[in-house]
Design a protein around this ligand. Structure first.
Ligand code: FEO
Length: 392
């Protein structure tokens, strides 16, 4: 796809998004291995509408693509599905070059557009769930999608094409590929995006999936990553994730200073595997937050392990626990491993740092290097956790 190419992905709907191949971290948090894209779609009937804009810094490239179909100044509507700047950051640029098009958004979106982008009141057009705009031969129908991923979010549906502009929902961080079959290893990227961005809002996602299933959706245009034509696959996958379907799997999150904690973790891991539990381990000393989030998305158990530092949790373990808490994974059971030098108590601190609603099946706190006695306790705790995991 040429830099100024604007492919027609469905009759009268053009992809005018931009590719960001070099962004190392999204939200200065999750590493991006394959870049991302800031998708924007132009819907052309007798009148035209842009669905979302772009990330600051990419305005010229975006406008160049739009101008392959229509000059930016002649666009009739700009829909702001979401106020986050990766999609709405080019609104000030748009307003300077287009003096007529209203910015179409939700009521909450209107407040954000004023605060974030200085959109004057006269340019705001607030829409509610079910409202439509007739473009002449094309219709925009708006759907409330609050908390997917911010409270102001809306989806835009074009019934003539069965096209759903779903913003962050159903998105993937990948600069590669216009359509899903052009992206190698898509499913892992798709899952990581779900886990990093939307897993904390599972209940809202579940309702949205159910609603989209009832609609005639034949193509999904998310705001990052490839356009999806296999709608059934996307909905089935999201139905499992939003339902919180877990596997017989444990995710271990740990940090170790003098290998004592790591030895406990490795031993626990082997014991879980002997019991038939799938296990992955993430070392907080070199964490990929996206990979951790993706593993948590379908794990039934969590094991958090920390050495004591000045009588409390290692600061990286505090970070790991806070990340798990924020992501709200569907984990049901937990075990805690801790290693201490001169004072006990870190195990209790780790338990207290875990998200509420997770059943802690046991805590094992060992002084210094694990020896034969603790190893049998590690095995016993692993068997206890495995029994709970397999009981579901
Ligand atoms: Fe891709 Fe919530 O912005």
């Amino acid at each position: 796809m040429g830099i100024h190419h604007a492919p027609e992905i469905s009759p009268g709907i053009f992809y005018v998004g931009v590719k960001d191949w070099n962004l190392p971290l999204f939200d200065v948090l999750t590493p991006l291995t394959r870049g991302s894209s800031y998708n924007s779609y132009l819907v052309k009937g007798e009148r035209t509408a842009l669905l979302d804009s772009t990330h600051p810094g990419f305005e010229e490239e975006w406008a160049g693509k739009v101008s392959r179909v229509i000059p930016l100044a002649d666009v009739d509507y700009l829909v702001m599905n979401h106020a986050e700047p990766d999609h709405a950051g080019a609104i000030p640029y748009f307003l300077e070059r287009n003096k007529k098009a209203p910015i179409v958004l939700s009521e909450k979106g209107a407040k954000m557009a004023s605060t974030y982008f200085g959109v004057p009141e006269a340019r705001l057009k607030v829409v509610k769930d079910g409202d439509t705009i007739d473009l002449g031969g094309k219709t925009l129908r708006f759907m409330d999608a609050a908390w997917l991923h911010w409270p102001e979010v809306i989806f835009t549906y074009v019934p003539e094409n069965g096209f759903l502009s779903s913003c962050d929902f159903f998105a993937t961080h990948s600069a590669d590929g216009l359509f899903e079959d052009e992206v190698e290893g898509l499913q892992a990227l798709f899952k990581a995006y779900w886990a990093e961005i939307l897993m904390p809002f599972r209940a809202f996602g579940k309702k949205a999936v159910e609603r989209v299933r009832m609609m005639d959706v034949r193509m999904i245009g998310p705001s990052h990553g490839p356009v999806r034509r296999d709608v059934k696959h996307v909905l089935d996958t999201y139905a499992a994730w939003t339902d919180g379907v877990t596997r017989c799997k444990a995710t271990m999150v740990y940090v170790s200073m003098w290998t004592h904690t790591e030895t406990m973790v490795r031993s626990f891991m082997e014991a879980l595997r002997r019991e038939g539990v799938e296990v992955v381990a993430h070392n907080l000393a070199r964490l990929d937050e996206g990979e951790l989030a993706a593993d948590l998305a379908d794990s039934r158990a969590l094991v958090l392990a920390s050495p004591s530092v000045l009588g409390g949790m290692h600061p990286r373990a505090v970070y790991g626990a806070s990340l798990v808490k924020a992501l709200k994974p569907p984990v049901k059971y937990a075990a805690v491993l801790a290693s201490y030098g001169w004072v006990k108590g870190v195990g209790k601190a780790v338990v207290e740092a875990l998200p509420s609603g997770i059943e802690v099946v046991g805590t094992l706190e060992v002084n210094g290097p694990a020896t034969e006695g603790p190893f049998s306790e590690i095995d016993a705790l692993a068997r206890k956790l495995a029994a709970r995991v397999k009981s579901v």
